[in-house]
Design a protein around this ligand. Structure first.
Ligand code: ZN
Length: 248
């Protein structure tokens, strides 16, 4: 069985500077997510961080990554432009899936892949109810029709993303705001999923439903066997196909 090679990339700065974040995620929120995912025998989970050599993603490592999970917030601008393009191209070519968590709505790779700035409205931490909008979707497997998140940062519409290809979850917040909180996109031959929970001072990455959504999303965005476009097809490819059909 070929394992899904998953890299969980974390900016990993807040956990070193904010006491509350460190208390919730002593080894980084990426390590907490890995701790949940490691039970999956079909997944090989490794961690990467912004301050690692090559920002955690050397060419060789990127080429061996099937699914890249991304959490960033305070240092989006530090992510190398060349690396951003490599990530975008790998997703567009269908070689890697991409999952953007929480404040990665404005991460440079996410914006480059889906094609907008990813800006949304935000506010104080509060109760959130996550509603499952597509109960038959692979990403909502094992998730009830709704679940409560005791404390999350308010993220609200308007949310400047392209129209999602698959809107799996919608969020309602205590003060009445709503958000397209779990959104799937297809770009080129690749798949992308954005999921909103995960503020660094909230325990959302200890919530079993939040973790299950990430687990399901890894399987949904993973690359699959595909037919690749052929360049200059009009000049040399169509005629043999016509001949093939004539002979049947
Ligand atoms: Zn946040």
């Amino acid at each position: 069985m070929n394992k899904i090679n998953v890299v969980i990339w974390n900016e990993f700065r807040h956990e070193k500077t904010k006491e509350k974040a460190r208390a919730l995620y002593p080894n980084g929120l990426h390590a907490t997510i890995k701790g949940y995912l490691d039970k999956n025998e079909d997944m090989e989970i490794t961690l990467a961080a912004l301050d690692d050599p090559d920002q955690g993603l050397s060419d060789e490592r990127l080429q061996n990554t099937d699914v890249l999970v991304w959490w960033g917030h305070m240092a989006h601008d530090e992510v190398d432009s060349v690396l951003v393009k490599k990530i975008r191209d790998r997703v567009w070519e269908g070689k890697m899936g991409f999952i953007a968590l929480h404040s990665a709505h404005m991460a440079r790779p996410f914006c480059a892949i889906v094609g907008t700035e990813g800006v949304l409205s935000c506010g104080r931490n509060q109760k959130e109810i996550m509603w499952t909008l597509m109960p038959s979707h692979e990403i909502s497997a094992g998730i009830p029709d709704h679940f409560l998140i005791e404390e999350e940062e308010l993220y609200a519409e308007p949310f400047h993303i392209p129209e999602p290809d698959e809107l799996v979850f919608g969020a309602w917040f205590e003060d009445g705001h709503i958000l397209r909180a779990g959104a799937g996109f297809r770009r080129g031959a690749g798949k992308i999923f954005y999921f909103q929970p995960g503020h660094e001072t909230c325990p959302s990455f200890h919530n079993p439903y939040v973790l299950r959504v990430i687990e399901n999303a890894i399987r949904w965005v993973r690359p699959c066997e595909q037919v690749s476009p052929v360049k200059n097809a009009c000049t040399w490819m169509h005629q043999p196909i016509v001949e093939e059909f004539k002979s049947t």
